[in-house]
Design a protein. Structure first.
Length: 112
């Protein structure tokens, strides 16, 4: 962890916590991973949360387009976007997965 987490608006803290919980839940249920890593980087302009695993990976586009979809991935993306940020998913079958949420920290968002 880098930066001052206590300086984050409560809404940002809450939603990043939920994103991390969902990502770890997905790793436990689906990834067949034996390790996961969480990093948090807080600067004056942006907070970046990254969760990585060494699991079996998946095809993000295929999951998003499937009939059942992934409510977990959808909720993580919605939480990031609600705060003016974005969620980036890097994965492919047979490879590790990385999920990164980037949330801007501008003065206008401080009350979010």
């Amino acid at each position: 962890m880098r930066g001052n987490v206590r300086s984050l608006p409560q809404a940002v803290q809450k939603n990043l916590n939920r994103i991390a919980q969902e990502a770890l839940s997905n790793i436990a249920r689906h990834a067949q991973a034996d390790s996961a890593e969480i990093s948090l980087d807080v600067s004056d302009q942006v907070v970046t949360l990254t969760i990585r695993d060494n699991g079996v990976g998946f095809e993000p586009r295929g999951v998003a387009l499937s009939q059942t979809g992934s409510l977990g991935l959808t909720s993580m993306r919605e939480r990031a976007e609600m705060l003016g940020g974005a969620l980036l998913i890097r994965s492919q079958p047979g490879e590790a997965t990385s999920i990164t949420a980037r949330i801007p920290l501008s003065p206008e968002r401080a009350g979010a």
